[in-house]
Design a protein around this ligand. Structure first.
Ligand code: SF4
Length: 322
């Protein structure tokens, strides 16, 4: 055990579930396998997942991250990120004769399918999400003429559509569950015949991590969320922790913990966004152990066992049957 220092929480409580979701795991493994199978360089359009640490590690192994498919040299191999891409990106890639592997999370693909279905039926589609987020750009690209973006309840109040009886809604997968519920209720009041998914399109990982951090926040003075600033689901975890009574900060790693945050903190909670690797959590736990934290435990709220198949291009070949 390390020396006890000032501003040292005695207790560390870890949220469970936390960290990697099935879609992020699949996307990262996709790039790793592509590097092993085809050798570097493997181009990746956008950050494969929104985490600085993961992007740096893959870059060191030969992945080259680009903003647009048009930056990839003709004929090369490119992986599309977990957040999904618009059909125009596939078309551009084809024009440039790029070899592509699509690591879009299947739960994002599901939302793209909904968008196409509602557009084909002539609906105005209200997409609840954050302007400028890659997932929102990709989904909007499925039916740009039909989709309107709504970010708040105030946006709903101002919304005007061609036919109020032909409106559908879909959502980004990584939103705040509570805020989205309020926006959907406002939409239902304004357009009583609105159609959409049964509840929303927020994925299981986002929902479970928010549920876990709610419970964690009730037992902690401070909740630290490991995740990068461009990670939507990580930012939502900070908001949810604050709403449920704890101070909370988003950090990339243990080096970003500020002394002033630890003043009078007895119990510190730790969670991590769906794109943050567990090794960063372990480092943060060690940071607190070194300062004298002696009680480290996990607060489990939900069990997860979701796994997705890898894209066919890098799936291991099946052994021939005897
Ligand atoms: S956060 Fe949800 S939608 Fe995004 S990659 Fe993970 S499982 Fe898929």
């Amino acid at each position: 055990m390390g020396a006890v220092v000032a501003n040292a929480p005695r207790r560390v409580l870890l949220a469970a579930p936390r960290g990697y979701c099935a879609g992020v795991d699949r996307a990262v493994v996709t790039v790793e396998r592509a590097l092993e199978r085809y050798g570097p360089p493997v181009y990746v359009r956008k950050e494969i997942v929104h985490n600085k640490h993961v992007v740096e590690q893959l870059s060191a192994r030969g992945a080259i991250f680009v903003d647009e498919e048009t930056e990839v040299p003709e004929g090369e191999l490119v992986v599309f990120s977990a957040h999904g891409v618009a059909p125009s990106v596939h078309a551009n890639a084809e024009k440039r004769r790029l070899r592509t592997i699509d690591a879009t999370c299947p739960l994002v693909t599901k939302v793209h399918v909904e968008a196409r279905k509602f557009a084909a039926q002539g609906y105005t589609i209200v997409l609840i999400g954050h302007e400028g987020h890659e997932e929102v750009e990709g989904t909007t690209g499925e039916a740009p003429a039909n989709i309107v973006l709504v970010q708040t309840e105030a946006d709903v109040a101002e919304l005007e559509v061609a036919d109020p009886d032909r409106v559908a809604f879909i959502t980004q997968t990584t939103l705040s569950v509570d805020e989205t519920t309020a926006i959907i209720e406002a939409l239902k009041r304004k357009f009583p015949n609105i159609t959409g998914p049964k509840t929303d399109d927020i994925c299981y990982a986002t929902t479970n991590r928010q549920l876990a951090v709610k419970q964690l926040a009730r037992e902690c003075d401070l909740v630290l969320v490991i995740g990068s600033t461009n990670s939507s689901n990580s930012n939502r975890l900070v908001e949810v922790a604050r709403e449920h009574g704890a101070a909370s900060h988003l950090i990339d790693n243990s080096q970003q913990v500020e002394e002033s945050w630890l003043d009078a903190v007895e119990t510190v909670g730790i969670t991590s966004g769906a794109s943050a690797p567990e090794e960063l959590v372990s480092e943060l736990v060690e940071f607190f152990r070194d300062r004298g934290a002696s009680d480290v435990s996990e607060l489990r709220t939900v069990d997860e066992d979701v796994r997705f198949m890898l894209p066919s291009e890098i799936r291991p070949a099946r052994a021939p049957s005897a």
